[in-house]
Each structure stands twice: as C-alpha cells, then as structure tokens.
Design a protein around this ligand. Structure first.
Ligand SMILES: CC(C)(COP(=O)(O)OP(=O)(O)OC[C@H]1O[C@@H](n2cnc3c(N)ncnc32)[C@H](O)[C@@H]1OP(=O)(O)O)[C@@H](O)C(=O)NCCC(=O)NCCS
Length: 144
C-alpha cells in the first residue's frame, strides 16, 4: 500500500494495542525489545502516543517524567515504510502538547536526526551525555 494515502489515528489509549500490532520497530537495534516488552514500556511510560493504521501501530513516541517539572522523550519511531509523511512530526507535536504543563522537556538524538527536531520547532540544541549498557538493550531483564 502506498504510504501517500495513510492518515493514521493518533491516540494515547493503549487498550486496543496488542503485541502483534507492534511488529517492525527498533530497526537497527542489535538486541531489540520484543513486541510484548515494547507494549509494556508503552504502558509504563508517563505518556505514550501511538499512530495507528489498519489496526497496526505504525509510529510511537514515549515520555518519562516526574510529573512536576521535567520530562524526557526517550523513544520516537515511525516504521520505515511510513516515514517521510509527517507522522513523526505529528507524534512529537502531540507529545509536546501533552507535556506543555512541565518546565523542562529534554531528548537526545544523533546528529543526523537533529534537522528533524529543528523542523518540528520549539526545541533548542543542548549538550547531553549518556550511558548505554548494551547487554540490557532488549529490556528482557525487567520482564516479569
Ligand atoms: C526520525 C523519524 C521519527 C521521523 O519520522 P517521519 O515520520 O519520517 O518524519 P516526518 O515525515 O514527520 O518529517 C518531518 C520533517 O522532518 C524531515 N526529516 C524527517 N526525518 C529526518 C531526518 N532523519 N533528518 C533530517 N530531516 C528529517 C522530513 O523531511 C520532514 O521535512 P519537511 O516537512 O520539510 O518535508 C523517523 O525517521 C524514524 O523513525 N527514524 C528512526 C528512529 C529515530 O531515529 N528516532 C529518533 C530518535 S531521537
């Protein structure tokens, strides 16, 4: 199907989202979370917004937060076949609106994605630091 015709539904209601509708994400991750773990992290987030098309999640964004002052946006992804059609921008704008009552909203990104956040608007470049423990990448250590 051509992605030109896609106009997804955006929602923070995860009730209808099943693991099977979450396939294909974490592209390029050597040890990606399973769809079950992906669904668990969506439910565990302070805020999560998904883009749904044909009963399938084609994009998502999450935020974690203290709910008082600060939030962090750790994950944003649009399935490759649906990229380039404004879905990522819509997800980030909706998340920014969702977090509008907080003082600070931060995210980290690779240099090649920086122009995307410049296009979204409202974000300023900032210096960041990070730690990655690749043996924990799948999240399986926290599966119950
Ligand atoms: C980054 C990502 C979410 C963008 O989603 P998308 O739906 O393709 O983005 P959009 O179609 O909303 O793009 C909005 C604008 O940003 C531009 N853009 C999108 N991705 C870009 C990138 N990686 N670099 C530079 N510009 C980009 C688009 O060209 C578009 O510009 P336009 O309005 O002038 O046409 C998507 O490419 C993705 O999932 N990448 C892999 C995961 C990732 O890198 N996530 C970010 C983690 S910080």
């Amino acid at each position: 199907m051509s992605a030109d015709l896609v106009s997804p539904t955006y929602t923070d209601a995860l009730d209808g989202v099943a693991p099977a509708s979450l396939r294909g994400f974490f592209v390029g991750w050597p040890d990606p979370p399973t769809p079950q773990t992906h669904l668990r992290l969506l439910h565990s987030s302070y805020a999560a917004i998904v883009a749904i098309h044909d009963e399938r999640v084609i994009g998502f964004v999450t935020a974690i937060s203290d709910g008082v002052l600060s939030a962090y946006i750790p994950l944003l992804e649009v399935l490759p076949e649906f990229q380039g059609h404004g879905i990522g921008m819509e997800l980030v704008r909706r998340m920014r609106d969702r977090l509008a009552d907080l003082y600070m909203v931060d995210l980290l990104c690779d240099d090649d994605v920086a122009p995307f956040y410049e296009r979204v608007g409202g974000f300023s470049p900032a210096r960041g630091f990070s730690v990655r423990t690749y043996s924990m990448q799948s999240g399986a250590a926290h599966d119950s």
